[in-house]
Design a protein around this ligand. Structure first.
Ligand SMILES: C[S@@+](CC[C@H](N)C(=O)[O-])C[C@H]1O[C@@H](n2cnc3c(N)ncnc32)[C@H](O)[C@@H]1O
Length: 213
């Protein structure tokens, strides 16, 4: 898989701010609730965290620390600058790195999240092995694609409408999106790595994998 180019990065930064912004707060809240971390101040890592809009929501909800890892320097730099300007002093860190070789110590993180990135990873199995490695015992991962399984229908259809307008205004030809691997394939792989419970969480046409170590 080709890494994000700097043009794709600036396009996605605008897209996440102008179109996707409303999906991140309910997604973060839903993940905290589903993984039972909402009152436990977890250390959260976001793989392929992009512009950082999802990760900062976890800190707003009580996470003790957020670490964004992205292989694209424009993304990681944008997130760092945005946080410094808008929420100075927040426990948020942006690292340049790869999901397949995470720059974090063994058993150092409570919750690993990732939205709309796994389908771009060159070696998904290697990345999940890394997720296992950095998670503390009983830590959780919530990784997948979509607007979020807990998004209300009104917001979902507004975001879909804005996305359509965005596509019409920006591209003469609609870019073909990379498909996701089958959820059952990923779930089985995650089980084989050793996660205790693995659940496929549907999200409209997409899905998430929730796994507890
Ligand atoms: C479509 S964007 C999604 C960004 C963000 N998660 C969001 O939902 O707004 C995908 C991101 O994954 C990153 N990415 C792709 N492959 C990666 C990998 N192997 N390791 C780390 N980041 C990766 C890209 O650089 C990009 O920032």
């Amino acid at each position: 898989m080709e890494p994000f180019t700097s043009d794709q990065a600036s396009e996605y930064i605008s897209l996440s701010q102008e179109v996707f912004a409303p999906i991140y707060p309910p997604l973060a809240y839903g993940i905290m609730r589903r993984t039972k971390f909402e009152t436990r101040h977890p250390i959260v890592a976001d793989l392929g965290g992009g512009a950082g809009l999802l990760l900062s929501e976890f800190v707003s909800l009580g996470a003790s620390c957020g670490i964004l890892i992205d292989q694209n320097i424009n993304m990681a730099f944008f997130a760092k600058k945005k946080w410094e300007k808008e929420i100075p002093g927040a426990s948020l860190y942006a690292l340049l790195g790869n999901s397949e070789a995470l720059p974090l110590a063994n058993e150092s993180v409570d919750l690993v999240v990732s939205r709309n990135s796994m389908h771009l990873w060159a070696n998904i199995q290697m990345a999940w092995k890394n997720v296992w490695r950095i998670l503390k015992p009983a830590g959780a991962a919530f990784i997948g694609r979509g607007y979020g399984p807990d998004l209300d229908e009104k917001t979902r259809s507004e975001v879909k409408k804005r996305r359509k307008i965005w596509n019409t205004n920006r591209c003469e030809e609609k870019e073909v999106e990379q498909p996701s691997p089958a959820p059952e394939t990923i779930a089985q792989m995650v089980e084989e790595i050793g996660f205790q419970t693995v659940e496929i969480v549907p999200d409209a046409k997409a899905y998430w994998i929730m796994a507890i170590k």
